[in-house]
Unconditional design. Structure first.
Length: 131
């Protein structure tokens, strides 16, 4: 991806393929600048789970993204998902599709709704701690 003034932070746990894809290719989702600004104002990072694998002779790549507080382990319930099945088998093919699938998953996430959900979860947790 091209260099941006605004940076979107990613959090990845599942496997190194996902982290490597983001590190190598950056983000390519729609309305990057606007989404990035919203995320940073909300102190939110994009949490990415995904996998590249070969199933039944096909290259299968999927990703699920949610928002997460940059500092606390508070996430949103709402998620964006994407799946890509390529008829040519091979881990290289599946891995090569990761960035596209991750960006599609972000495009499928309702950012405003996810930020509202994150803020609502933050309020609930604060209230619980203040008892």
């Amino acid at each position: 991806g091209q260099a941006h003034a605004c940076r979107v932070r990613s959090i990845t746990y599942t496997n190194s393929d996902v982290g490597r894809a983001i590190a190598k290719n950056g983000w390519g989702f729609k309305d990057y600048a606007a989404v990035c600004k919203k995320l940073n104002q909300a102190n939110a990072a994009i949490e990415v789970n995904g996998m590249a694998t070969v199933l039944d002779g096909k290259a299968v790549t999927w990703a699920t993204v949610t928002l997460r507080d940059k500092d606390l382990s508070i996430s949103t319930g709402s998620a964006g998902n994407a799946l890509l099945v390529n008829s040519s088998p091979g881990m290289e093919v599946a891995r090569a599709n990761l960035s596209e699938v991750i960006d599609d998953a972000v495009d499928n996430l309702d950012i405003d709704q996810a930020i509202a959900s994150l803020n609502s979860n933050r309020k609930k947790i604060k209230a619980a701690y203040q008892k």
